[in-house]
Design a protein around this ligand. Structure first.
Ligand SMILES: [Zn+2]
Length: 278
């Protein structure tokens, strides 16, 4: 059955894109046309999705500078969207280097100047850290409504240590539950409220910076907080996107976590694959 393998979701400035790869799914094996051409789909408000999501999850392969390489093993995965072989060949830092950088952290990313920042989702805040050059990109990827630097650090390890310290001492969470982030999408925020919250944390850490308000996400005004999408069918009008979520109108706004869509195959229409196939 012909479908689209979801390879990647990314933001280019404030514009969300999906990278899709045409495939033919036959039970648990995927085949693809040669040469493997990918499609970059720029998401627009109002487009209508009508897809069935196949039950399997397949390794997304590798996106290189100029080309796309499907997973050489055609791996079927459970938890993740990329197999160890494809991840290793990307030369990307390991998850450990990303989240718990240590003294011996050798990835290129570890040596870059970092910032510890405060990000707002509606009026809820969290503390985070990222390479300085990625701050705004990171804020958009996370769908923050505002972001402000707290501290500048020399490398990732120091930034991680400060992030943890600030989180503990000032009781600012390092992550917000999905329901808070989704609630923030319909609730909005008062600028003076988040500026005051930012100023208080900034004073406590002794920094001098400004809060950047991020406006212009492609998202219609929502009548209620989107609820997390689950299931095998996506059928409805796209209301927009913010952070990692694509919002689709399906009897109320539903939030599709793109992280969970990676590696899946979308088949147009209400195809009902027979259970024997899987
Ligand atoms: Zn792979």
């Amino acid at each position: 059955m012909e479908g689209m393998h979801v390879i990647h979701f990314f933001w280019k400035d404030l514009s969300p894109h999906l990278i899709l790869h045409p495939v033919v799914a036959d039970g648990l094996s995927l085949s693809h046309p040669k040469p493997s051409l990918i499609q970059v789909h720029r998401l627009s408000l109002g487009e209508v999705w009508n897809y069935t999501v196949l039950p399997g999850r397949w390794c997304v392969g590798r996106l290189e500078e100029e080309s796309y390489l499907p997973c050489p093993e055609g791996r079927v995965l459970k938890e993740f969207h990329i197999c160890p072989r494809c991840r290793a060949s990307l030369g990307k830092p390991t998850l450990r280097e990303i989240f718990e950088p240590e003294e011996g952290c050798e990835g290129e990313i570890c040596e870059k100047p970092h910032v510890v920042y405060l990000a707002f989702y509606g009026e809820k805040m969290k503390v985070g850290m990222t390479p300085e050059e990625r701050l705004l990109k990171r804020a958009v990827e996370q769908g923050a409504d505002a972001v402000g630097v707290l501290l500048h650090l020399e490398n990732r390890r120091e930034a991680r240590a400060e992030e943890k310290r600030i989180s503990k001492e000032l009781r600012v969470p390092q992550a917000l539950p999905a329901r808070e982030i989704l609630a923030g999408m319909s609730r909005g925020f008062k600028r003076e409220v988040i500026e005051e919250r930012y100023r208080r944390v900034l004073e406590a850490v002794g920094g001098e910076e400004e809060l950047t308000i991020l406006r212009g996400y492609p998202l219609e005004r929502l009548s209620s907080a989107p609820s997390p999408w689950k299931g095998k069918r996506i059928h409805g009008r796209v209301l927009g996107a913010k952070g990692r979520y694509i919002i689709v109108q399906m009897g109320g706004p539903k939030a599709i976590n793109t992280g969970k869509l990676l590696g899946r195959v979308l088949v147009e229409g209400s195809t009902k694959p027979s259970l024997e196939e899987f």
